[in-house]
Design a protein around this ligand. Sequence first.
Ligand code: HEC
Ligand code: HEC
Ligand code: HEC
Ligand code: HEC
Ligand code: HEC
Ligand code: HEC
Ligand code: HEC
Ligand code: HEC
Ligand code: HEC
Ligand code: HEC
Length: 303
Amino acid sequence: MRKFLCFFTVVLIIIFLTFVILSAAENDKINYVGTNTCRLCHEPQTQSLIRSLHWKKGIKNSPLSDKGCETCHGPGATHVRAGGGAKKDLVTFTRSERPEDKSRVCLNCHENSPSISSWDASLHKKNDVSCEDCHTIHTNSRLNLKNTQPAMCTSCHKEVRSQLARQSHHPVAEGKVKCTDCHTTHGGFGKHMLNADSIPDLCYTCHAEKKGPYAFEHPPVAENCGTCHQVHGSNHGNLLDSKVPQLCESCHNIGAGHTSRAYTQQHGFSGLATANKNKFFARGCLNCHGNIHGSNRDPSFLR
Ligand code: HEC
Ligand code: HEC
Ligand code: HEC
Ligand code: HEC
Ligand code: HEC
Ligand code: HEC
Ligand code: HEC
Ligand code: HEC
Ligand code: HEC
Ligand code: HEC
C-alpha cells in the first residue's frame, strides 16, 4: 500500500511538472508576437536597426538571433492586442521606468565585456544614469552613441563645459583630447572614474616627460598634479590653480628678502612700497626655479 502511494505521488508530480512546462511554453508563444508583427506598425524603428551590429546576421548572441525586437522590449502581445500604446510587459526605455530595470536589459548580454564589468561601481549607475542615457539603439552611429563627445557628456556636466572654456584648458572642444581618454564612463573603482590608478599615472600617459625619477624631486608633483593644476581648465596660464607666486607661497614661507616676494618686510604694502621695490613681476619664482617638476642638477630646481 505504502509503495503504491509513493508511486502515485511521483506520477502526480510528473504530470504536474509537464503541465507547468507546456503551459509556460504556450505562454511564451502567446506573449511573444515576433519581429514581423512589430514591423507592421514600426517600420522606421526596424529600418534604423538593420545596419547596426545588433541586427547583423552571423553575429552570435545578437538580439536578431534571439527574440528580435522583444529581446529588449519584452513580450509584446498585450501591446499589440491593444493596437499599440505603452502597455504593461513592455520595456519602453522611457523616464517612467526604473534605471536599473532598463540597464538590466542590456547587461543581460553585456555584463561580461571588460569595459562594463565594473558598472556596479560606477558613479553613473549609483546616480540613476542608465545605458540609454548615452546610447541609442535605433541608429547606426558609431558605438551607438546618442551624440559625439564632448557634447554628449557636457549636456549633463555643464560645469565641466564652462571649465573647458577657460583661457587655459585641455583641448577637448578642439577635438585633440576626449573625456574618455581620462575617464571610464562605465565605471571604475577610483574616485572620479579615472582611466588610471592615480592622477599622476593618468597624466604621465600623455606627459611622460614629467615622470622622473629626478635626483631632486619636488614632493607635491609625484603626489598629485591636481595640487597645482586644475585639469579641465583655469583662468591662469598652464592650468594653474592660482598665480605664481601665490601658488608657491601657499606652501612656502620663504624668508624676507628672498627675491620675487611681493614686498620685503621693510617695504609693506602700506609703508614704503613703491613700484621698484615690488618684485612681483613676470614669472615670479619661475624666473629662477624653472624646473619646477623636478631636476637632476639642482636641489632648488634652478634653471
Ligand atoms: C498595431 C500596431 C502596433 C504593433 C503591431 C506594435 N506596436 Fe508598438 N506602438 C504602436 C503605437 C500606435 C504606439 C504609440 C503609442 C503611444 O505613443 O502611446 C506604439 C509605441 C511603442 C513603443 C513606445 C512606447 C512609448 O511609451 O514611448 C514601443 C517601445 C513599442 N511600441 C514597441 C513595440 C514592439 C516591440 C512591438 C512588437 C512586439 C510593437 N510595438 C508592435 C503600435 C503598434
Ligand atoms: C541579446 C543580446 C544583446 C542585448 C540585449 C543588447 N546587446 Fe548590445 N550588442 C550585442 C552584440 C552581440 C553586439 C556586437 C558584438 C559585441 O560587441 O559583442 C553588441 C554591440 C553593442 C555595442 C557596440 C556597437 C559598436 O558599434 O561597436 C553597444 C554600444 C551596445 N551593444 C549597447 C547595447 C545597449 C545600450 C543595450 C541595451 C539597450 C544592448 N546593447 C543590448 C548583444 C546585445
Ligand atoms: C555616461 C555615458 C554612458 C553610459 C551611461 C553607458 N555608456 Fe557605454 N559607452 C559610452 C561611451 C562614451 C563609449 C565609447 C567609449 C570610447 O569611445 O572609448 C561606450 C562604449 C560602449 C560599448 C562598446 C565598447 C566596449 O567598451 O565594449 C558597449 C558595448 C557599451 N558602451 C555598453 C553599455 C551598456 C550595456 C551600458 C549600461 C549598463 C552603458 N554602455 C552605459 C558611454 C556610456
Ligand atoms: C538592443 C535592444 C533593442 C532592440 C533589439 C530593439 N529596441 Fe527599440 N528601443 C530600444 C531602446 C534602448 C529605445 C529607447 C530609445 C533609443 O535608445 O533609441 C528603443 C525605442 C523604441 C521605440 C520608441 C522610440 C521611438 O524611436 O519612437 C520603438 C517604437 C521601438 N524601440 C521599436 C522597436 C522595434 C519595432 C524593434 C525591432 C525591429 C526594436 N525596437 C528593437 C532598444 C531596442
Ligand atoms: C586630461 C584629462 C581629463 C579630461 C580630458 C577630462 N577630465 Fe574630467 N577630470 C579629470 C581629473 C584628473 C579629475 C579629478 C580632478 C581633481 O581631483 O582635482 C576630473 C574630474 C571630473 C569630474 C568631477 C569633478 C568636477 O570637476 O566636477 C567630472 C564630472 C568630470 N571630470 C567630467 C569630465 C567630462 C564630462 C569631460 C569631457 C567634457 C572631462 N571630464 C574631461 C581629468 C580629465
Ligand atoms: C544623463 C546625464 C549624464 C551624462 C550624459 C553623462 N553623465 Fe557623468 N554623471 C552624471 C551624474 C548624475 C553623475 C553623478 C553626480 C555628479 O557627480 O555629478 C555623473 C558622474 C560623473 C563622473 C564622476 C564625478 C565625480 O564627482 O567624481 C564623471 C568623471 C563623469 N560623470 C563623466 C562623464 C563622461 C565622460 C560622460 C560622457 C561620456 C558623462 N559623464 C555623461 C550624469 C551624466
Ligand atoms: C590624453 C592625453 C592627455 C592626458 C591624459 C593629459 N593631458 Fe595635459 N595636455 C594634453 C594635450 C594634447 C595638451 C595641449 C598641448 C598643446 O597644445 O601643445 C595638454 C596640455 C596640458 C597643459 C598645458 C596647458 C596650457 O595652457 O598650455 C598642462 C598644464 C597639462 N596638460 C597638465 C595635465 C595634467 C596635470 C594631467 C593629468 C591630470 C594631464 N595634463 C593629462 C594631453 C593630455
Ligand atoms: C608644485 C606645483 C605643481 C605641481 C604639483 C605640478 N605642476 Fe605642472 N606646472 C607647474 C607650474 C608652475 C608650471 C608652469 C611652468 C613654467 O611656466 O615653466 C607647470 C606647467 C606644466 C605643464 C605645461 C608646461 C610644460 O612644462 O610642459 C605641464 C604639461 C605640467 N605642468 C604637467 C604636470 C604634471 C603631469 C604634474 C603631475 C605629475 C604636474 N604638472 C604637477 C606647477 C606644478
Ligand atoms: C603643495 C605645497 C607646495 C607647493 C604649492 C609648492 N611647493 Fe615647493 N616644496 C614643497 C615641499 C613639501 C618641498 C620639500 C620641502 C623640503 O624638503 O624641506 C618643496 C621643495 C621646494 C624647493 C626645494 C627646497 C630646498 O630645500 O631646496 C623649492 C626651490 C621649491 N619647493 C619651490 C617652489 C616653487 C617655486 C613653487 C611654486 C611654483 C612651489 N615650490 C610650490 C611643497 C610645495
Ligand atoms: C632671482 C632668482 C630667484 C627667485 C626669483 C626666487 N628664488 Fe628661491 N631660490 C633662489 C636660489 C638661488 C636659491 C638657492 C639658495 C641656496 O641654495 O642657498 C633659492 C632657494 C629657494 C628655496 C629653498 C631654500 C629656502 O630658502 O627655503 C625655496 C623654498 C625657494 N627658493 C622658493 C622660492 C619661491 C616660492 C619664490 C617665489 C616667491 C622664489 N624662490 C623666487 C633664487 C630665486
